[in-house]
Write a protein that binds this ligand. Sequence first.
Ligand SMILES: CC(C)(COP(=O)(O)OP(=O)(O)OC[C@H]1O[C@@H](n2cnc3c(N)ncnc32)[C@H](O)[C@@H]1OP(=O)(O)O)[C@@H](O)C(=O)NCCC(=O)NCCS
Length: 179
Amino acid sequence: MYEPAIRRLRAFDRPEIETHFRSLDPQSLRLRFGVPMPHSTMRAYTAEIFGDSAIVFGAFPDSHLRGLGELRPMRDTPRAAETALTVEPPWQNRGIGDALLSRLIVAARNRGFKQVHMLCLATNQRMRHLACKHRAELRMTTGQISATLTAPHPTPFSVIEELAGEYHALARAILSWPD
Ligand SMILES: CC(C)(COP(=O)(O)OP(=O)(O)OC[C@H]1O[C@@H](n2cnc3c(N)ncnc32)[C@H](O)[C@@H]1OP(=O)(O)O)[C@@H](O)C(=O)NCCC(=O)NCCS
C-alpha cells in the first residue's frame, strides 16, 4: 500500500489548505461538495474548516499538501462522524485517497466514533470503490450514495498506529527540509 506522509493539520496550515482547494478543478470540487463551488466560496469554507470540532488530516507526498481529509462529528447522531476527501487532480489515482481514508478511520476509532458516514455523488465511481474497499455499507439516495463505515473499538495498537503516522510525517518533513 502507498504510504504518503499524513499528519493532522492545524490553524497554521491554513495557507496550504487554501492553495490545495485552489488547485482543485471544477469537477473535483463538484464531486467533493455535490454542487459547483466557486473559489470565492471555498475561501469562506477554508476559514471555517476547523469549526464544529473537525479533525483535518493532510497528505504530503512531495512535502506539499496534496490531499486533505476531514472528520466532523455529526450533531444529530451520537458517536458518528462524517468524512470527506479531496486529492489534487495530478495526484489522484495514486493511493493517496485510500491512505487518507485509512487514517481517518483510525482517528475516528481512537475518538470513540462508532460510525463514519460519507456522502458522494452516485457517479463518483472512485469514491464508491474506496468506500467498498473499506467495507462500507452503501445506500442509494436521490443521485447520491451514502456510505457508512463501522469503526471498531480503539485498541492500544490503533492509538500507536495514529501516533506513528504523525511521527513518520514529522520525520519525513525534517528530512526533506530545504537547505
Ligand atoms: C475520490 C478521491 C478522494 C480518491 O482519492 P485518490 O487518491 O484519487 O484515490 P486512490 O488512488 O487512493 O484510490 C482510487 C481507487 O479507485 C479505483 N478507481 C479509479 N477509477 C475508478 C473507476 N472509474 N471505477 C472504479 N474504481 C476506480 C482505483 O483503482 C483505486 O482502487 P485500488 O486502490 O483498489 O486500486 C479523489 O479522486 C478526489 O479528490 N476526487 C474528487 C473529490 C471527491 O470525489 N471527493 C470524494 C467526495 S467525499
